[in-house]
Design a protein around this ligand. Sequence first.
Ligand SMILES: Cc1cc2nc3c(=O)[nH]c(=O)nc-3n(C[C@H](O)[C@H](O)[C@H](O)COP(=O)(O)OP(=O)(O)OC[C@H]3O[C@@H](n4cnc5c(N)ncnc54)[C@H](O)[C@@H]3O)c2cc1C
Length: 236
Amino acid sequence: MPRLVGCAALEYMIGANSAFMLYYGMTHGAAKLVEAFGTEDQKKRYMKKMFAGEWGGTMLLTEPEAGSDVGALTASAVKNPDGTYSIKGSKIFISAGEHDLCENIIHPVLARIEGAPAGTRGISLFLVPKYHVKDDGSLGEFNHVVCTGLEHKMGIHGNATASLSLGEKGDCIGTLLGEENKGMPEMFRMMNEARAFVGMQGFAVASAPICMPWNTPGPGSREDISWPEKMPRPKM
Ligand SMILES: Cc1cc2nc3c(=O)[nH]c(=O)nc-3n(C[C@H](O)[C@H](O)[C@H](O)COP(=O)(O)OP(=O)(O)OC[C@H]3O[C@@H](n4cnc5c(N)ncnc54)[C@H](O)[C@@H]3O)c2cc1C
């Protein structure tokens, strides 16, 4: 769908339920990351089901000691002989981080490969599915992405903002997305989309009080032909 038409549709859906639409927003952003930086195998394995909304997506940056200062993160990635990585660490505040609305969740995760430089220069991006995906596209074993709690927030209770533990009680396997140590600039592709999405959220929530009476039959609705006269007009 063209972006412009998509935004018009999003205005209605986010206006109706911004918390629920975060599940869509996170999934779309994560799928765009796979589209931009994924290998042919990663695209084939994950992308279509994410764009179709069959699987969810997230972004895993924040840790208890690494919020604004992402470069301080301690999640680690150790390369395995088959080219995959064993991921270990704790992430917090993860929007749409754990739920059973769909059968799998694909997590883009920031972690540091053993021996990589300190700070943001040494961060890489990995794709970590909640359940392994077999070559034929079917689901395999649990990948040890464990939800350790849900954040208590003042709002957006309709979205599960989760704390996640990776690889604490069993092997959590990820594949490198993009290039080693280029995780930050790559992740910014999704974060920039997330920023635009936040703007869209503000606009949609603000226009909801106008859209609702417009679409609800009765006085003030689009069927009420005297409606334009009832509109408050700015004084010139
Ligand atoms: C509802 C919600 C959903 C979220 N979803 C996700 C998600 O999906 N994935 C994810 O990875 N993270 C997510 N986050 C986490 C978010 O990215 C972090 O909250 C953010 O990065 C800030 O980190 P922090 O909360 O640790 O605050 P801190 O970094 O501790 O900052 C606290 C305060 O100190 C200020 N501050 C920090 N550093 C400096 C400095 N050097 N100089 C001056 N002032 C400074 C900040 O501006 C802020 O006011 C989410 C957060 C919320 C609230």
